[in-house]
Design a protein around this ligand. Sequence first.
Ligand code: UDP
Ligand code: MG
Length: 312
Amino acid sequence: MKLLSVVVPCYNEEEALPLFYGELVKTKETFRARFPDVSMEIWFIDDGSKDQTLQVIRDLRKKDETIHYVSFSRNFGKEAGIYAGLSHAKGDHVVIMDADLQDPPALLPEMYAAVTEEGYDSAATRRVTRKGEPPIRSLFARMFYRLINKMSKTEIVDGARDYRIMSRRMVDAIVEMSEYNRFTKGIYGWIGFETKWIAYENIERVAGETKWSFWKLLLYSIEGITAFSTAPLRLASLVGFIFTVLAFVMIVFIVVRKLVLGDPTPGWPSMACIIVFIGGVQLFCIGILGEYLSKTYLETKKRPIYITKEEE
Ligand code: UDP
Ligand code: MG
């Protein structure tokens, strides 16, 4: 018997969870028909939900003993949920799935076949459309992926979902990366292994609403860049260098002009502009530095990625 673990991070999903479970049970049946020697376990990770999510999970567990759960003491974010799920899952393969049915469980047999029959270590999904998403969000998302792939050596795939099945050795590799500032999309690229990409059209969530505000996504994107690229630091030094050279040329030019022509130019407005400009550039560069420093600071504290309140 092989074991497949399904990891489901949940935050305020009381409405979606029963629908999700119903759908998963259906998939389990078609799955068993194709892979009779595989059993499943489900890990719900309650990420400090403020609604009845935990109660819904407890009730489901009473009916179905393949269900397990970890409940966090507060909201630690989806990345922490994924980490907790991966470290608890015991399966030979582990799949991460959202609770809102945006990750169709029906794809599961195809994904499982990829990692067992086709020799991949992982099969991941990417959506080829962003239908149903606010246009401004899609625009920023596209810009983010273009930017981060220019800046980082680690490939980060546009439209990649967190819906992904992985082999045991890949899961172990991810769990071993116990960094505090987690950006899983980058971690997958960083650890390597062969991944099969399965494309599908975007599906809107069945119930409840998205937990990601525009602001949260923006901060998350900065997280992604600082976690997998040091290019902004290099940019800061480059800008500094260019300005130093420029300043040197200007000094020579002005001194020579003064000596040759005795030029009494009253140039204070331009001077004021230059001072403001240089001041801005300096603050910007210090800001970049601060961003990395703060990440280092949090990392050196070695705080746990999540705290468990209840587990079964
Ligand atoms: N999620 C979580 N913790 C959070 C935010 C989200 O565990 O702080 C879960 C959420 O319950 C869902 C999945 O992550 O199962 C994806 O969240 P959502 O659907 O809100 O994101 P979107 O699909 O809009 O990117
Ligand atoms: Mg969703």
